[in-house]
Ligand binder design. Structure first.
Ligand code: FAD
Ligand code: NA7
Length: 469
């Protein structure tokens, strides 16, 4: 009997797992029996944008936390698949920070070429999973979210790729029930147009607070106040943006902060992160972790320590995304097929502990980028995933962070060079701050610009545009 593999979720991680098996099949390996379950009607996970918030059109909790005008928050050169480059997909250089529709097109293009859609049961939510120690089999209960029909499947191996940026972490604040304006979590944010002229309070000091705050600035918010728990982000913000320590209490429209200051606000956005939530798994199989680069209990960040038939993809906080999911999927595939042997439980525990120790000592963001680079390298070295210059990617991450420090509104106008093809990105035809139509059509066919950027390693787009236009 061939290996039976269940994959839960057809976002970028689940799609990577399908591609990993297909890549081995193309080289002559047997294809296992695969069923991938996706509760939405299309693949792409977070990148499968929908206006739905709260509950989606099938009565399920809405998965996506994306917003209409989201552009990649890191350079595309850091997430490029080494087996399917941007050049291969678009046939020409594009800029380094594409909007979400463009990235969706890229990830979908790769799996369309691989003919793996046939393995996916769309509109199908996984409701529960049992593991039988004696037979070493998973029994999975699914439900068609449109018809309500339930089914049972049995698998030898199970891959959990349901993401962990969908279930909002919602803290309480004294008096917040008296706040008369809109209070929402970043998960439910779809666009900042309606915040034009408004005084916004964002709670949190990470990617969502930074980017939703700057989206609101772009859409004409009157003021943006960013309230932090651990420390300020410290970017060189526009003059209408300030950082304050944590809110201590609300009194109607007034928020009071820990430094004794207060302010009047029209709306509050909780940018307070997300919870790992696996309601379809018994607690002894479910990751229970804060959002960190190395959650405990996962050997090589992928294999469940107490049950090596269970795999997680994308469970960590992410500098690397798509190509890290690939590295994990190739690794998981080779463990499942026996090509990679599992060390003893004690050896796995020691390996996990050494990563946790290193993580605990990380001094700054540069060190974090190096940490995840080393992690991805270890996975790639263990498989036949096409190698690429990971040190060069780590340098790109550091350049990107430096660019953000220099110009939080302009870092997306920079261009970077692909470490895989050597192609220099195009300087985009429209600066991020001015780009209101971020459709694929406009991105690819917007006003042409005639600069030859191929000779430049990293280009200050602002300077060039200021001179040229
Ligand atoms: P997801 O994309 O979350 O996909 C999980 C899939 O599992 C979904 O399709 C979901 O419907 C399905 N699923 C969940 N539960 C079930 C169930 N019970 N049964 C069946 N199916 C289920 N990354 C970048 O590289 N660049 C960016 O600019 C960027 N911006 C981001 C902005 C936001 C607001 C967020 C939230 C994330 C961003 N990310 C970004 C990171 C993003 O998480 C990854 O790019 C990627 O989407 C993770 O892929 P995934 O497959 O692990 O999870
Ligand atoms: P993150 O990166 O997990 O950050 C969560 C933020 O929320 C972080 O600044 C936390 O502060 C803050 N937080 C969490 N709980 C609280 C409470 N109780 N009070 C105040 N602040 C709190 O989530 P993001 O949404 O920014 O980013 C997730 C992904 O989405 C990321 O991959 C992006 O690409 C998009 P802390 O620093 O822990 O004190």
């Amino acid at each position: 009997m061939s290996l039976r593999v269940g994959i839960i979720g057809a976002g970028p991680s689940g799609m990577a797992q399908l591609r990993a098996f297909e890549a081995a099949r193309a080289k002559g390996a047997d294809m296992p029996e695969i069923v991938c379950f996706e509760k939405q009607s299309d693949w792409g996970g977070q990148w499968n944008y929908s206006w739905h918030t709260g509950i989606d059109g099938s009565g399920e909790s809405a998965h996506s936390s994306m917003y209409r005008h989201l552009w990649s928050n890191g350079p595309k050169e850091c997430l490029e698949f080494s087996d399917y480059t941007f050049d291969e997909h678009f046939g020409r250089p594009i800029s380094s920070f594409p909007p979400r529709e463009v990235l969706f097109d890229y990830i979908a293009g790769r799996v369309e070429k691989s003919d793996v859609r046939k393995y996916i049961q769309f509109n199908t939510a996984v409701r529960w999973v049992n593991y039988d120690e004696a037979t070493e089999e998973f029994t999975l209960f699914s439900q068609d979210v449109k018809t309500g029909e339930s089914k049972t499947y049995v698998f030898d191996k199970l891959v959990v790729s349901t993401g962990h940026f969908s279930t909002p972490n919602i803290p309480e604040f004294d008096g917040i029930n008296t706040f008369p304006g809109e209070v929402l979590h970043a998960h439910d944010f779809r666009g900042a147009e309606r915040f034009g002229g408004k005084r916004l309070l964002m709670i949190g000091s990470s990617y969502s607070a930074e980017d939703i705050g700057m989206q609101a600035h772009k859409m004409g918010a009157a003021s943006i106040t960013l309230s932090y728990r651990s420390g300020p982000m410290g970017f060189d913000w526009p003059s209408t943006t300030v950082e304050r320590p944590l809110v201590t209490r609300f009194e109607g429209t007034t928020a009071h902060f820990a430094d004794g200051t207060s302010g009047e606000f029209d709306a509050v956005i909780m940018c307070t992160g997300y919870l790992h939530k696996y309601p379809f798994l018994p607690s002894d199989l479910a990751v229970n972790s804060p959002n960190v680069l190395y959650p405990g209990n996962l050997y090589k960040g992928v294999v469940w320590q107490q049950n090596t038939n269970l795999f997680y993809l994308g469970a960590q906080d992410q500098y690397y995304t798509f190509n890290m999911f690939d590295a994990q999927a190739w690794f998981a595939r080779d463990v499942m097929t026996g090509k990679i042997a599992m060390p003893s439980a004690a050896e796995r525990a020691a390996d996990i502990q050494s990563w946790l120790d290193t993580q605990a000592a990380l001094a700054d963001h540069d060190a974090e980028a190096d940490f995840q680079t080393d992690y991805v390298r270890e996975l790639i070295n263990a498989t036949d995933y096409p190698e690429f210059d990971l040190d060069a990617v780590s340098t790109l991450f550091k350049d990107w962070m430096r660019h953000k420090s220099e110009d939080i509104l302009g870092y997306r106008d920079k261009a970077h060079r692909s470490v895989i093809t050597g192609t220099m990105a195009e300087i985009h035809h429209t600066r991020w701050i001015n780009a209101m139509d971020d459709s694929l059509e406009r991105f690819l066919n917007g006003p042409s610009q005639n600069m030859d950027t191929n000779a430049m390693a990293t280009v200050d787009a602002n300077a060039i545009l200021a001179k040229g236009k």
